[in-house]
Ligand binder design. Structure first.
Ligand code: SAM
Ligand code: SF4
Ligand code: SF4
Length: 380
């Protein structure tokens, strides 16, 4: 079939998914020092690992149903990194200074026996001998069933995505008619298993769920206090399929203003460099919330995050259009650990990505033709 006859929305994603450069292995191999900085002086600290590109939800801002339908070709099992391959790469990343690993997807709890991977990663130690901050982002649909096993395997905490408490709004947003009560049960199970404090992420889409800001805040502060931190995320222009428009973004400043009239707030300082959320505290001691303003207040300057796709491509930015094929080094090139260490160092030291900052200045430029990788493929 000629390219012209393939619908644009199908070929674009497939092309993107498979576009990757093979990283070069440097001639001189230096051991990792525990501190690797990119071309802007940003250290590598946070690794997000996507364990599946599949999901049981079809949130319109991430995997719109008309694109990700039953004809969509998800990655075959053989393309996925095995748990051993993921652990081997994670070990190298940790030697370069990664302190935090987040498992994501797609929906990570769809990956069978995920707790086995958690147990492997929980054994890793930083160069200073400290355990990692090991966490997971989930839509919560399978959390009630899996929370205990994940905790026993060594998971420390979870982030649950939840866009509304109103069942009708929530079902519309996940677009698979999934009830909100099941996600709330997952949150309770995670807390009972000791996976707290839990972060709850709400993507705010103007005109869709902005009426849920105050009810969400009220529910979580009154029921859970400081055991749950609710974070409001600006709707982002990730990928190429969600039909993003600036008028659908509700700036975090508006969220804070809306909330502040009901529950007075004051700003808190950052806990760690490179933190994505700006933190706020309820003045009456009811806990804290966060806002993630990736559209209106870019935070590329401190961005210390790398992303490993389901099939082992390293992405240096959420809005990247090209990955670096680490799986090729593992499988075809048979690279040694020292060679992997050197190759990853080369890739990170050359990093100059700062998409959100450039978008904010009106000069955003995703690589080749402005096409970006899809979020369900590299994770949030
Ligand atoms: N399926 C899991 C979940 O939903 O939590 C993990 C993967 S999901 C891609 C990770 C995070 O990305 C979720 O919190 C989701 O709300 C967020 N996300 C997806 N698309 C987004 C968009 N267009 N703008 C802002 N956040 C988005
Ligand atoms: Fe699935 Fe998460 Fe994307 Fe929603 S945001 S479609 S739950 S991967
Ligand atoms: Fe990091 Fe890219 Fe997001 Fe900037 S746009 S904060 S570089 S992931």
């Amino acid at each position: 079939m000629g390219e012209a006859s393939i619908p644009a929305n199908v070929i674009a994603i497939a092309d993107l998914r498979y576009r990757a450069a093979v990283p070069s292995i440097p001639a001189t191999l230096r051991p990792a020092s525990g501190l690797l900085t990119d071309s802007q002086g940003r250290p590598l600290r946070d690794l997000r690992i996507s364990v599946t590109d599949r999901c049981n939800f079809r949130c319109s801002y991430c995997m719109p149903k008309d694109v990700f339908d039953r004809d969509y070709a998800f990655l075959p099992q053989s393309s996925l990194l095995s748990f051993e391959e993921i652990t081997r790469l994670a070990t190298v990343f940790v030697s370069h200074g990664v302190q935090k690993i987040r498992l994501t997807g797609g929906e990570p709890l769809l990956r069978r026996h995920l707790e086995t991977l958690v147990a492997l990663l929980a054994q890793l130690r930083t160069p200073h001998g400290r355990p990692l901050d090991l966490t997971l982002t989930t839509n919560g649909s399978l959390l009630a069933r899996k929370a205990d096993a994940l905790r026993h395997a060594g998971l420390r905490r979870v982030t649950v995505s939840l866009d509304s408490l109103d069942d009708a709004v929530f079902r519309r947003m996940n677009d698979v008619d999934f009830p909100v009560t099941d996600v709330l049960a997952g949150i309770d199970a995670a807390l009972a298993a000791g996976l707290g404090p839990i972060k709850v992420n709400m993507v705010v889409k103007r005109g869709t769920n902005d009426g849920e800001i105050v009810p969400m805040a009220r529910h979580f502060r009154e029921r859970y206090g400081s055991r749950i931190v609710l974070r409001f995320i600006e709707y982002m222009d990730v990928g190429n399929t969600n039909g993003w428009r600036m008028e659908h973004v509700l700036p975090s400043a508006d969220v804070i203003e809306q909330l502040g009239t009901v529950f007075p707030l004051e700003p808190l300082g950052a806990q760690a460099p490179g933190e994505t959320a700006q933190r706020w505290r309820y003045l009456d001691g009811g806990g804290e919330i966060g806002v993630i303003s990736s559209v209106t207040q870019a935070f590329c300057r401190d961005c210390n995050r790398a992303r490993l796709s389901t099939e082992g491509r390293l992405y240096l930015c959420l809005f990247a259009s090209q990955g670096h094929d680490l799986r090729h080094l593992l499988r075809e090139a048979g690279a040694s650990d020292a060679e992997l260490t050197g190759a990853i160092a080369e890739v990170w030291t050359g990093r100059a990505d700062r998409y959100s900052e450039l978008r904010g200045r009106g000069i955003a430029q995703a690589g080749s033709g402005g096409r970006k990788v899809e979020m369900h493929y590299i994770g949030g």
